[in-house]
Design a protein around this ligand. Structure first.
Ligand code: ATR
Length: 277
């Protein structure tokens, strides 16, 4: 049994800010790691709907140790941070604010979290592989940019709104825009759309495009087994759900804040279980 953290006047505070944050799994993830490493840190969820342009100043004024930033503030914090690092310099959005001396830096860990999950949870290095990415929103943009940096051979972006597909494809030299048929030829199919979330029985891919050689990744993590992943399993394909990306992007934020590696082991000891090796 882990003991409840004792909050004191020395406790460092990290948080997720955005709207909504009420169902965020980040407090559970980060507090579990703080507790296992014996760090006097606490992580809370702060609902922030307006005044996004004051988030960076608030972090400074309140001496908050680190922030995760979610909708609708990912762009404004990238504009107002002292400096952008990593993929944020290209994407113009950030999900993590962290200290470097007196500066507050902003970066985005989503894309690198996806690539880390691909490597560690599916055992596939993106280098030399061909990808089809379904969707062209914020998550897709981070993934396309990170896959390009990680040496993907090709990336085809498929999206119902063509302009957004073009824009996402502009984030990696090897990326182009295409249609769902491109999935047949790809090594890896990645769903970044919300199709299949919750109780939906819909898959973003029509039947018949997935074969046994595919790796199919769904970044949706609720439910764990999405309609797309069920379809992939039925076709004999390999599958990867979105919980790994969620945890690995969190781990990258954690490491920027604490300069410590996250501990291995169960991330949700009271839940359905998910262990980091
Ligand atoms: P996120 O930040 O999670 O990526 P987002 O920026 O809202 O969320 O992007 C969602 C993506 O899923 C978009 O590419 C969206 O398509 P459009 O660009 O055409 O809006 C896509 N998407 C959302 N609902 C969809 C649906 N029912 N069918 C197909 N694509 C969908």
């Amino acid at each position: 049994m882990e003991s409840a953290p004792t909050v004191s006047s020395q406790t460092r505070v990290a948080a997720v800010v955005g709207d909504p944050v009420g169902h965020s799994l980040s407090p559970q993830i980060h507090n579990g790691w703080f507790s296992r490493l014996g760090l006097d840190w606490v992580y809370v969820a702060l609902p922030v709907s307006g005044a996004g342009d004051r988030i960076v100043d608030s972090m400074r004024a309140l001496s908050l140790a680190g922030l995760n930033v979610t909708m609708p503030h990912k762009e404004v914090v990238a504009r107002t941070a002292d400096r952008l690092t990593g993929s944020s310099q290209i994407l113009g959005v950030a999900n993590t604010l962290y200290w470097h001396g007196d500066e507050i830096l902003a970066t985005s860990t989503d894309g690198d979290g996806f690539v880390a999950s691909l490597r560690a949870d599916a055992g596939r290095d993106p280098s030399g592989l061909s990808f089809v990415v379904l969707g062209a929103g914020g998550a897709a943009r981070g993934i396309v940019e990170a896959l390009g940096r990680a040496g993907a051979r090709s990336i085809v972006v498929v999206n119902r709104t063509a302009e957004r597909a073009e824009s996402a494809a502009g984030l990696a030299p090897v990326a182009t825009v295409g249609d769902l048929e491109a999935a047949r030829e790809a090594d890896v199919i990645v769903n970044t759309t919300p199709v299949g979330m919750g109780d939906s029985n819909r898959s973003p891919l029509p039947e018949g495009l997935i074969g046994a050689a595919h790796l199919v990744v769904d970044i949706v993590y609720n439910p764990r087994l999405t309609p797309l992943l069920r379809q992939a399993e039925a076709a004999g394909a390999s599958t990867l759900g979105g919980i790994g990306m969620l945890i690995r992007q969190a781990a990258l934020s954690f490491e920027l804040w604490t300069e410590l590696a996250v501990p291995p082991g169960d991330v949700f000891p009271d839940g359905p279980g998910w262990a980091l090796s």
